[in-house]
Design a binder for this molecule. Sequence first.
Ligand SMILES: [Mn+2]
Length: 273
Amino acid sequence: MDLVDSILKEGIRSVSEEQYLEFIEEAEKYLEGKNLVEKDWSEFLVVGDTHGDLESAKRPAERSITKGLPIIYLGDYVDRGNDQLENLAFVLSLKIQRPGKVVLLRGNHETERINRSYGFKRVVKTRYSSSLFHRIVSLYEKLPVVAVLNEEYYLAHGGISSGVDDYKDIEELEHREEGYKEIFWNDPGEEVDRYEPNFRRGGYQLYGEKAVKEFLDRNGLSMVIRAHEFYPEGYRYYFDKKLLSIFSISNYRDGNQGKFAEVNGRKIKLIDN
Ligand SMILES: [Mn+2]
């Protein structure tokens, strides 16, 4: 029985630290190990934040397998939820099983600093050890931050970065640079022209309609799809539908409805999760 089967049938208690560690090492071989991935997918599923909620990661995965569609997760797999180690193992197992049809992007919660404050470090230390936690943190470095699909869609956890004009330059960003971190921290702002400091996040940037349209035009792209923010209805369009923001966890707050997206060419269907 493989590790995810054990987790699904018998719970994380059935998995030893050594087994989890071996699984992380195996999964890491399948990750791209670069900042930017480009795919020619014209039909695909997109999933926003799942934060340790295994059910919200599983439902879109089942649809992607049934329909034979590739799937991209926009990051934030851990912190907050009840199944953090389980959810991380689940999405990594998808990558191992269908490496060319699954992309896992890095969210702002795939960082040591945030895991220290929002619960994942404690979860890993309580069940296993801090050395396993540090091994997982090093795996985060292998996750891409941006996917460009069909030379049309720009996907990232937070969105565009004030440091990046040409998306091809993302490949060269160092992980300690502000321009790299903005990709998984920034938020869109209706009142913002181009870029303004994002006080709500205690740093990074809000980006506005002009910044998005100029970025898309310059790069010959048509749309940004991102996650990173909660909406009761599970999604919100911004900037004349040049940007779609998705949140995929249901019952996260006050019976909210999570959504994921099914993209087919220019058509986007939002599906209850
Ligand atoms: Mn986030």
